[in-house]
Design a protein around this ligand. Structure first.
Ligand code: ZN
Length: 88
């Protein structure tokens, strides 16, 4: 539970610490989140299409953005197949 990215909810499998970069949303902790809140970063990431960040590490085959966001307490509304609305 403690290893979830506070921005996108991805399970980092290691504790969130400074200079670590989330493979999913690309947030660099201690850098990006020093000037913006996690909610703001999430909003930015989502408005950019919520794209998987890492080119080296691919998303797990069962990757679910919806479940991931729900795991950090976001209320996710499916507008349609392509569009999500997140209420924090
Ligand atoms: Zn993330």
């Amino acid at each position: 539970m403690d290893n979830l990215c506070p921005v996108c909810g991805y399970d980092l499998k290691e504790p969130v610490m400074d200079s670590l970069i989330c493979v999913c949303c690309g947030t660099q902790y201690g850098y990006h989140d020093s000037t913006a809140s996690h909610a703001e970063l999430r909003e930015r990431w989502m408005s950019g299409g919520a794209k998987w960040h890492s080119r080296r590490i691919l998303p797990p085959p069962d990757w679910s953005l919806v479940n991931q966001l729900r795991s950090i307490g976001c209320e996710v509304i499916l507008v349609n197949r392509e569009q999500l609305e997140v209420v924090v």
